[in-house]
Design a protein around this ligand. Structure first.
Ligand SMILES: [Mg+2]
Length: 369
């Protein structure tokens, strides 16, 4: 099993077409003006040295790194390079499971995985001029984690045989799928290492984390993971647009007008895929984000999407100043198209996220590698 991940993909694409920026701290986000509102989509390694990271407001990034070069997001350019990368991976004839713009699993079973990995990285470089790192593992979990150890531009192999040698003494958040919150909760139980997690009592963790998650965490600690590569073509699950206002909107009529405009834009950009849910995102000033969604029977009608967006907006508090609005159409997947809720029974799923602690869910994927 191989996992391929481009090194600081977005920043690398930008540096490739602006060679004078090589080695400089580069931040890509919003429309590239740090005096304006917007968030960091990606930061080069040099910029990360200054404490700049994805999801941070551009202004904060500019404070931490006044000499950073700020560039606007150019999704079309990244999509074009992404397509070239995936074409190279598919040319191997091995099953490819795309994880995002710049990463994928490859089902490779060979005597010399390091040699295969180095050849693959060379092919990607020849096609795109960009560096990638390749992780090798007995399963997806191991391969994905291995890639991180290979960065930048390296190959690393992590197997069941070397799992504890490499990771045993590290905190659990080194494992893909285990975040800071879970790690903190585990620490509260006296579990501070991967080895400790692997040896933990699944029943005890089931009581703390739930009957599914608890035992699953123990398996992660032991390095277990999926071994099947799913080569089904990657399909976006949603399409959305959002806008950050340079001055907060306080007039709710303006908010409604913006939501209408965004809904129409999103609807105009849909192809044939039917929409099962319309989600509106509101970021209140200073930086509190709330989303509400409305389920649909599956439609591509602009008017229905617009009506749904305005219905979702009804769930928000009109008395608060708004700094960002977003409208997202979530597609009916092939499997749950039949189980989509009737429009008359409006589903309202809300989630409140304090984004001072959680990275922004921006339209550009969070790119950490
Ligand atoms: Mg990457």
């Amino acid at each position: 099993m191989l996992h391929v991940d481009l090194d600081q993909f977005i920043a690398a694409v930008e540096v490739d077409r602006h060679p004078e920026l090589r080695g400089k701290p580069v931040v890509v986000g919003g429309d590239g003006d740090p005096a304006k509102r917007g968030v960091v989509s990606t930061a080069s390694y040099e910029a990360r040295e200054f404490g700049v990271h994805s999801g941070q407001p551009l202004r904060t990034a500019a404070k931490r790194c006044p000499d950073c070069v700020f560039l606007p997001v150019d999704a079309d350019a990244y999509n074009a390079v992404s397509a070239r990368i995936m074409a190279v991976l598919r040319e191997t004839g091995k099953p490819v499971e795309v994880l995002g713009w710049d990463e994928a699993f490859l089902g490779v079973d060979t005597e010399d995985p390091e040699g295969f990995a180095r050849g693959l990285a060379a092919d990607v470089k020849a096609a795109t001029r960009l560096d990638c790192s390749v992780g090798i593992g007995d399963n997806k979990l191991q391969a994905k984690i291995a890639t991180g150890f290979g960065k930048p531009a390296g190959v690393f192999r992590l197997t069941s045989a070397t799992w504890f040698d490499v990771l045993g003494d590290r905190p659990p958040d080194v494992i893909w799928g285990i975040g800071a919150k879970t790690t903190a909760k585990l620490a509260g139980l006296g579990i501070t290492t991967v080895r400790g997690l692997a040896g933990a009592d699944p029943d005890r963790l089931a009581r703390e984390f739930g009957p599914t998650t608890g035992p699953w965490l123990v398996l992660l600690g032991r390095g277990r993971g999926e071994t099947e590569v799913d080569p089904t073509p990657y399909v976006a699950r949603s399409h959305g647009r959002e806008v950050t206002f340079q001055q907060n909107l306080v007039d709710w009529a303006e908010v409604r007008a913006e939501v209408t405009r965004l809904a129409r834009q999103v609807a105009s950009e849909l192809s044939e895929r039917t929409v099962a849910r319309v989600v509106v995102k509101v970021r209140y000033a200073p930086f509190i984000t709330v989303t509400h969604g409305v389920a649909l029977t599956g439609t591509i009608e602009t008017e229905t999407i617009e009506t749904a967006a305005l219905a979702a907006l009804e769930a928000f508090d009109p008395g608060r100043p708004v700094r960002l609005l977003g409208v997202r159409a979530e597609f009916a997947s092939v499997v749950d198209e039949s189980s989509v809720v009737d429009e008359s029974s409006v589903v309202d799923e809300s989630s409140v996220v304090d984004e001072s602690t959680v990275p922004d869910e921006s339209t550009v994927p969070d790119e950490t590698g």
